[in-house]
Design a protein around this ligand. Sequence first.
Ligand code: ATP
Length: 199
Amino acid sequence: MKLKSLEISGFKSFADKTMIEFMPGMTGIVGPNGSGKSNIIEAIRWVMGEQSAKDLRGTKMSDVIFGGTNKRGALNRAEVAITFDNSDHYINSDFNEIRVARKLYRTGESVYQINGVESRLRDIHDLFMDTGLGRESFSIISQGRVESIFNAKPEDRRGIIEEVAGVYKYKQNKEKAQKELSQTSDNLSRVADIIHEIE
Ligand code: ATP
């Protein structure tokens, strides 16, 4: 799996559509302070389902929409799309190329797409789960995060390792199955009570 490209439009300081193509090897992004380097990383986190406005240095999610400058008015929509080369099928999908897109309007309307098909946030999370790109993964380490990882509680640090090792998905499935078992057990007790009353 390789990161192929990133399209950003109306997101934070990127008012105009900007396309970044990632070439083989290492990519460095350089620029003066305030030129938008961190905004690019935040665009990647956002399109992959980031839900915390605070972690995107805002107070509400609509803060990611280009808010205007003294030369240009605010926009009403932020859009980011990320494309992965998946010819090795590292991401659990039959597609050789995966394009994930997210749009947000000032009205609050929000859309996710996987290869052009409207999807739920959960589908996005499932897609990246166990790839090392998921939520709370080590793949993106923002400013200040290194220190917070060092200072994290052992159980939180273990969560990070579990995500990277691919255990997280199974833990989630186990939790879901346990909930269903508990619900079924409640239902069975109720049925037993009814049978008891009838007898
Ligand atoms: P540094 O090197 O100081 O860390 P940087 O290159 O990482 O800087 P960013 O933090 O990515 O820069 O960009 C900050 C700029 O983005 C600021 O000028 C800020 O005004 C602008 N910005 C952030 N959110 C928005 C928004 N919603 N609309 C317009 N501009 C925004």
